[in-house]
Write a protein that binds this ligand. Structure first.
Ligand SMILES: [Zn+2]
Length: 95
Protein backbone atom coordinates (compact mmCIF):
# COMPACT_ATOMS: atom_id res chain seq x y z
CA UNK A 1 0.00 0.00 0.00
CA UNK A 2 1.40 3.38 -0.99
CA UNK A 3 1.23 6.45 1.27
CA UNK A 4 -1.03 8.10 -1.27
CA UNK A 5 -3.53 5.26 -1.66
CA UNK A 6 -5.90 6.78 0.90
CA UNK A 7 -5.46 10.39 -0.18
CA UNK A 8 -7.98 12.30 -2.33
CA UNK A 9 -7.12 15.88 -3.39
CA UNK A 10 -4.56 16.06 -0.58
CA UNK A 11 -7.02 14.87 2.07
CA UNK A 12 -6.09 11.67 3.89
CA UNK A 13 -9.01 9.35 4.48
CA UNK A 14 -7.15 7.13 6.92
CA UNK A 15 -8.96 8.84 9.80
CA UNK A 16 -12.29 7.52 8.53
CA UNK A 17 -12.73 4.17 10.19
CA UNK A 18 -15.31 1.45 10.57
CA UNK A 19 -16.74 2.21 14.00
CA UNK A 20 -16.86 -1.48 14.83
CA UNK A 21 -13.09 -1.93 14.56
CA UNK A 22 -12.46 -0.83 18.13
CA UNK A 23 -15.57 -2.65 19.39
CA UNK A 24 -14.28 -5.90 17.90
CA UNK A 25 -10.74 -5.30 19.21
CA UNK A 26 -12.11 -4.68 22.70
CA UNK A 27 -14.21 -7.85 22.55
CA UNK A 28 -11.26 -9.89 21.26
CA UNK A 29 -9.15 -8.76 24.25
CA UNK A 30 -12.00 -9.71 26.58
CA UNK A 31 -12.97 -13.03 24.97
CA UNK A 32 -9.68 -14.62 23.83
CA UNK A 33 -8.65 -15.53 27.42
CA UNK A 34 -11.85 -17.65 27.57
CA UNK A 35 -10.50 -19.83 24.75
CA UNK A 36 -7.30 -21.57 25.93
CA UNK A 37 -7.32 -23.60 22.70
CA UNK A 38 -6.81 -20.42 20.67
CA UNK A 39 -3.15 -20.33 19.58
CA UNK A 40 -2.76 -16.50 19.65
CA UNK A 41 -0.56 -16.50 16.54
CA UNK A 42 -0.61 -13.28 14.42
CA UNK A 43 -2.32 -15.02 11.50
CA UNK A 44 -5.19 -16.32 13.63
CA UNK A 45 -5.62 -13.02 15.48
CA UNK A 46 -5.87 -11.21 12.12
CA UNK A 47 -8.31 -13.83 10.84
CA UNK A 48 -10.62 -13.47 13.86
CA UNK A 49 -10.54 -9.68 13.38
CA UNK A 50 -11.25 -9.85 9.64
CA UNK A 51 -13.89 -12.55 9.97
CA UNK A 52 -15.70 -10.66 12.74
CA UNK A 53 -15.73 -7.34 10.87
CA UNK A 54 -16.86 -8.93 7.63
CA UNK A 55 -19.98 -10.25 9.40
CA UNK A 56 -20.96 -6.88 10.93
CA UNK A 57 -22.58 -4.15 8.85
CA UNK A 58 -19.82 -1.56 8.55
CA UNK A 59 -20.42 1.93 9.90
CA UNK A 60 -17.81 4.48 8.90
CA UNK A 61 -17.13 7.75 10.64
CA UNK A 62 -14.36 10.24 11.32
CA UNK A 63 -12.09 9.38 14.25
CA UNK A 64 -12.95 11.67 17.21
CA UNK A 65 -16.41 12.49 15.87
CA UNK A 66 -19.34 11.85 18.18
CA UNK A 67 -20.89 9.11 16.08
CA UNK A 68 -22.75 6.53 18.15
CA UNK A 69 -23.04 2.82 17.46
CA UNK A 70 -26.51 2.18 18.80
CA UNK A 71 -27.73 0.31 15.74
CA UNK A 72 -26.21 -3.02 16.70
CA UNK A 73 -26.57 -4.34 20.26
CA UNK A 74 -23.24 -5.36 21.83
CA UNK A 75 -24.48 -8.90 22.50
CA UNK A 76 -24.78 -9.52 18.79
CA UNK A 77 -21.27 -8.27 18.10
CA UNK A 78 -20.00 -10.45 20.93
CA UNK A 79 -21.73 -13.47 19.40
CA UNK A 80 -20.09 -12.69 16.06
CA UNK A 81 -16.62 -12.45 17.63
CA UNK A 82 -17.23 -15.73 19.49
CA UNK A 83 -18.30 -17.34 16.23
CA UNK A 84 -15.13 -16.05 14.49
CA UNK A 85 -12.98 -17.45 17.31
CA UNK A 86 -14.75 -20.80 17.01
CA UNK A 87 -14.21 -20.86 13.24
CA UNK A 88 -10.51 -19.93 13.40
CA UNK A 89 -9.81 -22.39 16.25
CA UNK A 90 -11.43 -25.21 14.31
CA UNK A 91 -10.14 -24.26 10.87
CA UNK A 92 -6.91 -22.26 11.20
CA UNK A 93 -5.49 -21.18 7.83
CA UNK A 94 -2.15 -22.77 8.64
CA UNK A 95 -0.79 -26.16 9.66
ZN1 LIG B 1 -2.65 -19.68 14.41
Amino acid sequence: MKDTDYVVNGVSLEGVRNGYELVVIGLMKKLIPEYPEFDNCPRCIEDVYALSLSRIPSTYFRINSSFSLNDEPDETVEEIVRYALFQVINQPKHK
